[in-house]
Design a protein around this ligand. Sequence first.
Ligand code: NAP
Ligand code: HSE
Length: 426
Amino acid sequence: MESYRIALLGLGTVGGAVVELLAATRKECAERAGRPIEVSRIVVRDPSKNRTVPADLPGHPTIRGDAIEAIEDPNIDAIVELAGGTEAPREWIRLAIEQGKDVITANKAVLAIHGDELFDLAKEHGRSLYYEASVAAAVPILQVIQQGIPAGPVDRLTGILNGTCNFILGRLEELSFEESVKSAQQAGLAEADPTLDISGIDSAHKLALLARILLGCSVPIEKLRVEGIEGLSPHDIEFGWEHDLSLKLLGMMRRNGDGTALGVMPCFLPSSHPLASVRDEDNAVLLEAAPFGSLVLQGKGAGGMPTAGSVVADILRAARGDAISYPASGTVEKITDPGATPVRHYLRLEVPDRHGVLARVAGALASEQVGIAALDQPENLLDFAGVVPIRILTHPVETTRLDLALSHLDEDLQSITRPVRIRIEE
Ligand code: NAP
Ligand code: HSE
């Protein structure tokens, strides 16, 4: 049987792992695809760099620097986009589909931003656009929500969707924030620009792709509340330990009578919550729906080999010609703010250890009727008259109202402290 010939755009953390996996499992891949898979071309930004590709990689590809030339090659059946970014991949994916080729990608950013255009184009041309690896890497969550659960509304989704952030929050128990980020980069988990991870934007891209399938409509990411993990410190982790809470960056979807709340926020979870014990770069998604109650999927959410597993599974689907369902586009359901639901919040302010400061903080909170349930200010014996953390547990309050109260802190305090506030999800 004729080989299925692919062009690989990108030979970095994921692309490198894909060629290793294709070489190591070529017999199994051919059996499962019904024909051999060949890597006929590899495209990188800098072809002069020294690279090693497994000697037994089927296809014996050339490594070049011109993506367009590879996409236009009439001998190529599919392109596998593993370069990252948004604008160049948008053009490559467009061109590949117009040229009658299937596309496999791990790139959530391009699909979260240009999904309407690219999914519609694939549908129009009858081509397949596979993207399982783009959300939660090794976890086949897109297959599950498209085909593995009964049709009908999933009322709630709660997800740890960024391996780098989960890894960093775990490392914060021992390392500084900067050291934790470095360690995630060295492990090949972080995006080329790690601010995409830390700022919550990468999680928002993935949440938008999940919600598009679950809600059956487009989800513009600019409509989502997106918060990251910048500014969190070991003080916050310690508060969690003291109260049996785990600190996680969560993507949330909550259907309510008024639309669907969607957003990404750092949250404390009680230790009994199904996602509280998810460690390292694991991702996990909790789905809740009337027909099946609740369901959790968990696995490696970042890293070369875990992601390569899903990419190769998509290549095999493409080679077999498995049908895909195109996610809906066009209409937009009403998106609301998950911060509008009242919950208890943890609040930390680094303030000068001076008389009257506590009263000024309490005054700002009282101005919006934010109730204080508990408060502590650890004594700072080593740095008398320096800066101390004030840690406050509020009564249930909307995040929006708490933020308004914090905006009423006087100018002096605003210039000194950047409050950290974290929702405590039940
Ligand atoms: P990476 O290590 O930075 O590798 C990117 C590769 O693409 C490099 O080989 C680079 O070439 C090539 N490239 C970049 N821009 C190019 C251009 N304009 N033309 C040709 N080649 C270009 O990135 P990665 O971590 O493998 O991630 C790749 C994609 O997978 C991204 O969309 C990312 O979001 C997604 N993803 C990553 C992970 C993960 O854990 N890393 C997990 C899931 C999904 P050079 O080698 O010459 O620089
Ligand atoms: N940088 C991403 C993460 C890679 O850490 O989750 C997987 O999409």
